[in-house]
Design a protein around this ligand. Sequence first.
Ligand code: BGC
Length: 363
Amino acid sequence: MTAVVPGDRLADRSVRVLRDGQARSGAYVASPNFDTYRYAWLRDGAFCAHAMDLAGERASSAAFHRWVAGSVEAHRGLIEAAIAGVEAGKRLPPEAFPPARYTLDGALEEPEAGEEWPNFQVDGYGMWLWALAEHLGGAAPEPELARTVGLVARYLATTWRLRCYSCWEELDGGEHASTLGAVVAGLAAASTLLGDGAYAETADVVRASLTARFVVDGRFGRGPADPRLDGSLLWLAVPFGVLPAEHPLIGQTVAAARRDLAGPGGGIYRYLGDTYYGGGQWLLLTSSLAWHLARVGDREGAAAAQDWVRAQALANGDLPEQTTGHSQDPAMIEPWIERWGPVATPLLWSHAMYLIAEHELAR
Ligand code: BGC
């Protein structure tokens, strides 16, 4: 096993958790011990694959990318129909769009009676293209894969203006800065992978929409009519590349997130008012902050964020999704435990972000 940082036991454990959480199909399960998360999200998986690339586990990331391509191709008819419907100006129901999460076999999940769980979230498709381009590192995709990339890129270029659910699977206003950031990253990746400048031009249009409509008081807000901060804004520069990491709008956004979204010890909340499991501090967001800070040269800040994450690990090294010690709404912890069980642990995406940030610090 290749440790990202030699001697870092949590890095070793993280690689193990990602490897053990990868199904034979290549899909990464969101969490092996949390029944509700028995699916494979493109969002979580993209970061898991990238972490495995950085850890030198390229067979694992390659298997994931093959699985995504196969799952997308298995639903080509659905995706082509969604593109055609949107282009024809039709208002389509959420189930007319490809899902944010698939079963580990790449099938559509059977919705459970009484559980409304919105699956129309386009960000994961952008994140997948970003992670794939990182994986290929400048190499051209094989023709079959290029065809799948083209389909996903057309899907993003057609749907980015639609209202959809956020990375937190919530509608709010239906327009989310981090979702559009993922679209920018995906279209830019597709442009490189396919050598097609038209996708870079569309990425520029999405980028311009973000800077024109989502900026309040010199920083980004989570939605055009919602100036609140959101931990997912941390991804706008690193890795989505909406603007350079040193850009003042990004600097102000990150500074505001550190001021308003950091709980005791420095763990990052998703957003103020979050009540999911009480709305605690999320490990993957804290490592996202570390990733950004390490990229802009604030090694001390990055190391402190990673120290906080390390301190949340269980004795066996497993990382939870969030910690409830300083939650915003403690009365909401128990109702979620009763409904779905204890906080998802290990969460593969927490481990992935930890590895990615460690790698950035070690560069
Ligand atoms: C989060 C998503 C995540 C999913 C699986 C949800 O609770 O809001 O961002 O993709 O869990 O980890």
